[in-house]
Write a protein that binds this ligand. Structure first.
Ligand code: HEM
Length: 258
């Protein structure tokens, strides 16, 4: 709930509406979990909901990101089209609760099943910021290479000719275990001297929420580790239910006891 509350507060979206928009935003990350009809219906609902909030901001400005984006659009139409305004707002809302919300249980799952690493963090919580980045490197959030880049001219990538107009899909999970960049890439190591992972992407489209996500993950991990020293899985590992048919990889739920 923490990341949902935070993104609602930042954007100015009513937290009380979360049941509605959580259902709809699955359309943004669904591959096969929803039917094509459901995807179109939910996207329509989500965009309609956001358009309603934008219309409210045009009547009365409020102190939030949504108002700032509406202002950017209305004061200089070159900066954002109306469609970009709606889609960016919907994207931020969805990204705010499908990414960090999924990655936090993924982190806890890996820590609870790697007791030595968990003990290391308990003994020295100052390692948590480095641990968050190492866990971002180690645990793929995406189920596939999903963010296409299109060549604007013929270019060679990794010895392959990509012609102008063709897409290239970067496999972030693979890059994050590249042995030419990371020593012992399959080891979870909170003491790496440098950790140039691509968990938040790279270049002009690098995750706009990266610092927010880092902060939320650090705060949540710190609280879970320090307040619940006996935290452990409440079911056998093989009984944990995993999400299916989505662009994000994660647990449907993580039953724990303490
Ligand atoms: C653990 C949490 C998160 C992960 C792993 C993650 C991952 C990513 C990745 C890999 C990209 C790059 C996409 C590309 O290369 O095209 C990206 C972009 C983006 N992220 Fe995140 N993200 C996280 C949290 C967030 C949060 C909390 C927000 C919102 C506040 C957010 C908003 C966005 C947006 C709007 C973009 C698109 C940026 C652009 O195209 O210029 N993300 N994210």
């Amino acid at each position: 709930m923490l990341p949902v509350a935070v993104i609602c507060e930042l954007l100015g979206v009513p937290f009380a509406d979360r049941a509605k928009f959580q259902t709809w935003s699955e359309a943004i990350i669904s591959t096969t979990s929803l039917t094509p009809q459901q995807i179109m219906e939910y996207l329509g609902n989500l965009h309609g909901y956001i358009a309603g909030l934008i219309a409210q901001r045009r009547v009365q400005e409020t102190d939030d990101l949504l108002s700032a984006m509406v202002k950017a659009r209305d004061e200089d139409e070159d900066r954002l089209t109306e469609q970009e305004l709606v889609q960016l707002s919907a994207g931020l809302l969805a990204a705010g609760h499908e990414t960090t919300v999924t990655q936090l249980p993924n982190f806890m799952y890996v820590l609870l099943t790697n007791p030595d690493r968990l003990a290391e963090l308990r003994d020295d919580p100052a390692l948590i910021p480095a641990a968050v980045d190492e866990l971002m490197r180690y645990i793929p959030l995406g189920t596939a290479a999903a963010f296409a880049r299109y060549a604007t001219e013929d270019i060679e990538v990794g010895g392959v000719l990509v012609r102008a107009g063709e897409p290239v899909l970067g496999a972030l999970a693979s890059a994050n275990r590249d042995e030419r960049v990371f020593s012992d890439p399959d080891e979870l190591d909170f003491h790496r001297e440098s950790n140039p992972h691509l968990g938040f992407g790279h270049g002009p489209h690098h995750c706009v929420g990266a610092q927010l996500a880092r902060m939320e993950l650090q705060v949540a991990l710190h609280a879970l580790i320090t307040r619940f020293p006996k935290l452990h899985l409440a079911v056998a590992e093989q009984e944990l239910p995993w999400k299916r048919g989505m662009l994000v990889r994660g647990l449907k739920k993580l039953p724990v006891a303490w």
